[in-house]
Design a protein around this ligand. Structure first.
Ligand code: TGC
Ligand code: FAD
Length: 392
């Protein structure tokens, strides 16, 4: 892969709207990605392997629980810092950002928000350092967009719960130490349980053959009469709203992350267009390539402003689920379109691993699907503005 020459675009001086702390946090993540991700990521994506050696680096830049209070090992940062960290990591690779999103918003967030003090103290500090890695089991083979239909279930057996069922498409599952699993009790009410690797009857087979998010490990969670201790139940919130609350936090991070992938594609295409000579002049001097590049920077700028405003609302505790859906949907769609256009700017070179664009493009096919598909987010906006649910 070519050396990482990335220069972040900032067409509307968005930096002026950030605090000194935001910029420090963002720059630390940016440097780390340049030093520790860019040189290795193509190789790991090619061999479809998660680079486990980066876990401590992710912890060092505050990517595990950025907004979790310091007393539980988190970085105690605000939501804009969280977003900026996700942006920088996804600039490197969406799969690496996935690992950080899952750990922060889908494992630490529910334990912090719905867990009791003993659970917080037991798990959060170790999750913050990466000593424990976690995963989040909501999706099932027959229930993806409609998680409320889940069939994974647990029964009260007096001194423990007995868990049965299966989850599919679970990021980090093949190596996770713990899983936050959503299952129905005997009354059909959804609860979260913390399942630990090593519990009898709990297995996590890896899903192979992905053309997307290849540097992220994805797998199943299989529960065959797993005895889960009663103290592992998350009692702070039950019902579908509990896992959906975690998704709000992760989707918010993805809205920022997608900007990073788009910035990397744009920056690569711009540099290439200035250097590549055809018909005796740089292709950057042709109207068609300028149209592509000008539209890219316009869309990136709009996405930055959308994410920043959402971050302000989130800091004030005012961001709604529908606002988050709009940002996730818009920004991922923006990024995947930019990746497709940027790849064309590079001609044949665009399909090689010498450049990051094709990897981003393939990764973004997962990003536009997980955490609610492009269609589902449109329907969440539709429901919000009309008052009618198209799901029921
Ligand atoms: P609905 O009837 O609308 O809602 C059920 C209950 O939940 C409440 N609620 C929320 N609460 C908190 N946060 C939210 N975002 C919420 N959205 C809804 C709602 O108020 C209601 O509460 P109550 O008290 O009235 O019961 O539910 P529905 O069954 O009609 O479904 C709505 C729909 C389709 C929007 C929802 O199911 C959905 O978002 N589906 C998409 C599924 C999804 O996003 N799955 C993601 C799996 S995890 C993942 O992909 C991780 S990838 C990680 C990575 O690698 O980065
Ligand atoms: P389906 O729900 O079957 O949808 C198929 C198509 O139908 C989609 O285009 C969808 O938009 C459309 N559709 C569905 N319902 C409607 C409707 N009512 N109206 C119109 N169109 C509709 N899940 C987790 O729980 N944890 C994870 O860590 C996790 N990681 C993932 C990692 C990867 C790489 C991938 C690919 C997925 C991951 N997922 C995870 C699962 C992900 O959230 C689901 O794939 C996603 O929610 C969609 O579910 P599905 O694949 O079953 O598609």
């Amino acid at each position: 892969m070519k050396p990482d020459l990335f220069e972040a675009p900032d067409y509307y001086n968005v930096d002026d709207l950030l605090s000194e702390e935001h910029k420090l946090v963002r720059d630390a993540a940016r440097q780390w990605v340049k030093r520790d991700i860019s040189p290795i990521i193509e190789e790991y994506a090619q061999k479809a392997e998660f680079p486990k050696q980066i876990i401590s680096g992710l912890a060092d830049i505050g990517a595990f629980g950025p907004y979790i209070p310091a007393e539980y090992g988190g970085a105690g940062l605000d939501q804009i810092s969280y977003g900026l960290i996700m942006q920088e990591i996804e600039r490197g690779d969406s799969g690496v950002r996935s690992t950080a999103s899952v750990q922060s918003s889908l494992v630490m967030y529910p334990i912090y928000t719905y867990g009791n003090e003993a659970q917080r103290k037991k798990y959060l500090p170790k999750l913050a350092t990466g000593e424990f890695m976690g995963c989040f089991g909501l999706t099932e083979p027959d229930h993806g967009s409609n998680p409320g239909g889940m069939t994974t279930n647990f029964k009260d057996k007096g001194d423990h719960y007995l868990l049965n069922g299966a989850k599919l498409w679970i990021s980090n599952s093949p190596f996770a130490d713990i899983a936050v699993v959503w299952a129905k009790n005997e009354e059909g009410r959804i609860h979260g349980l913390i399942v630990e690797r090593g519990m009898e009857g709990f297995t996590t087979p890896e899903t192979h053959g992905k053309w997307s998010l290849r540097a992220s490990a994805t797998g199943e969670l299989i529960f065959d009469n797993v005895k889960v201790p009663k103290e592992n139940l998350l009692t702070g919130k039950t019902g579908l709203g509990a896992p959906l609350g975690c998704l709000d936090s992760a989707r918010y991070g993805i809205a920022w992350g997608a900007i990073g992938a788009a910035m990397d594609c744009y920056d690569t295409a711009l540099r290439y267009a200035k250097e590549r000579i055809q018909f005796g002049k740089p292709i950057a001097a042709t109207q068609l390539q300028q149209k592509k590049l000008a539209e890219m920077i316009t869309e990136i700028t709009k996405a930055q402003l959308l994410a920043l405003r959402l971050g302000q609302l989130k800091n004030e505790g005012k961001a709604t689920t529908a606002q988050i859906s709009m940002a996730k949907r818009n920004n991922v769609d923006m990024a995947i379109k930019i990746a497709r256009e940027a790849r064309q700017v590079l001609g044949g070179m665009g399909i090689t691993g010498e450049y990051s664009i094709m990897r981003h493009m393939m990764n973004l096919e997962s990003v536009i699907t997980y955490e609610g598909t492009h269609d589902i987010h449109l329907l969440i906006t539709g429901m919000d503005i009309t008052g009618h649910s198209a799901f029921k």
